[in-house]
Design a protein around this ligand. Structure first.
Ligand code: AMP
Length: 297
């Protein structure tokens, strides 16, 4: 595995692969890697000739009151995980190079960035879209891999790729969970033992709604009620919503199309997000089918 820190070195190296006709896969991350990230890397390694992983804690996607400065970091462990999962090139850009002095240009996502996390993290998706576009320009990947764990992010990125005619296929990888159901997240490391226990109520709430959905429940209020009941274990629910999985508009009547059940909640001082896709028919179950770039029309 090659470790590259400057954009110029990355371009020189990746050009050699591209000139050989090799397919480049890209996994952007903020580091403090876990099995969720490893799943993305493995999927890229299985589908591409060369897998590039970036670790970059992106300052523009954090609000001033958020955890940018204390975001967890462990480069040594991350390198080992990358290598084990099949990464070929680890890219570690500097903030000063990604955001050159005088930087003043951003990507402004549209309506998909407004609901859910967008309501509570102003500017977050502008920061995400901007850094993803920058990283795409640096890596020029054929495929890019994102986790369903950050469901709204996958929609914002896909929309950007279509709207700006970027020649990248976006692949969404299912959420990897701990054995007890908790969605893996770098932020889980902030949780005390008691908080870790109470954080479980998020996935349990989602699973309760999923079970009712499998048994035929299609009423949004009742599905949300089941999730909210389990969420009594967290300290504060920021949102718990059932939305159309393509437009993110709330589903108010009956779940007759693919829906995303999305939760953001605080456990202690830690903000956690999770979601599940509820597909009324098997045809709708594969997210990559309904949302893939090949179905852009
Ligand atoms: P992050 O380092 O948190 O910015 O995440 C980098 C990528 O890994 C994003 O595409 C995330 O959606 C994805 N990811 C994070 N946690 C998980 C998980 N538990 N399962 C699958 N993908 C994940």
């Amino acid at each position: 595995m090659r470790v590259v820190r400057s954009i110029a070195d990355l371009r020189v190296l990746l050009r050699t692969f591209r000139e050989k006709g090799q397919r480049l896969g890209f996994v952007p991350t903020m580091g403090y890697l876990h099995e969720g990230h490893a799943a993305l890397i493995r999927q890229s390694a299985s589908r591409c000739d060369v897998t590039v992983v970036s670790i970059f804690v992106n300052p523009t996607q954090f609000s001033p009151n958020e955890d940018f400065a204390k975001y967890p970091r462990d480069l040594e462990r991350d390198q080992a995980l990358c290598m084990e999962a099949g990464c070929d090139v680890l890219f570690l850009p500097e903030v000063s190079e990604v955001y050159p002095t005088g930087y003043q240009t951003s990507i402004e996502p549209g309506r998909l960035a407004e609901p859910l996390c967008g309501q509570f993290r102003p500017g977050h998706f502008r920061g995400v879209a901007t850094v993803v576009a920058k990283l795409f320009n640096m890596v020029l990947p054929d495929l890019a891999f994102f986790g369903q764990k950050d469901f709204q992010q996958t929609l914002v990125v896909r929309r950007m790729v279509r709207d700006l005619n970027m020649p990248v296929d976006v692949v969404v990888v299912p959420t990897i969970r701990e054995a007890d159901g908790l969605a893996m997240s770098s932020r889980n490391s902030y949780l005390s033992a008691d908080e870790r226990e109470r954080a479980l109520s998020i996935s349990q709430g989602l699973f309760a709604a999923r079970d009712a959905f499998s048994n035929g429940e299609r009423n949004p209020s009742r599905l949300l009620g089941l999730t909210m009941a389990a969420l009594a274990g967290v300290d504060r629910v920021q949102y718990c919503e059932l939305v159309d999985a393509q437009s993110l508009e709330p589903i108010l009547d009956t779940v007759d199309r693919t829906a995303a059940l999305c939760v953001a909640a605080y456990v202690g001082g830690t903000r956690l997000i999770d979601n599940l896709i509820l597909a009324p028919s098997l045809d709708d179950a594969g997210l990559n089918v309904s949302l893939s770039p090949t179905s852009q029309g």
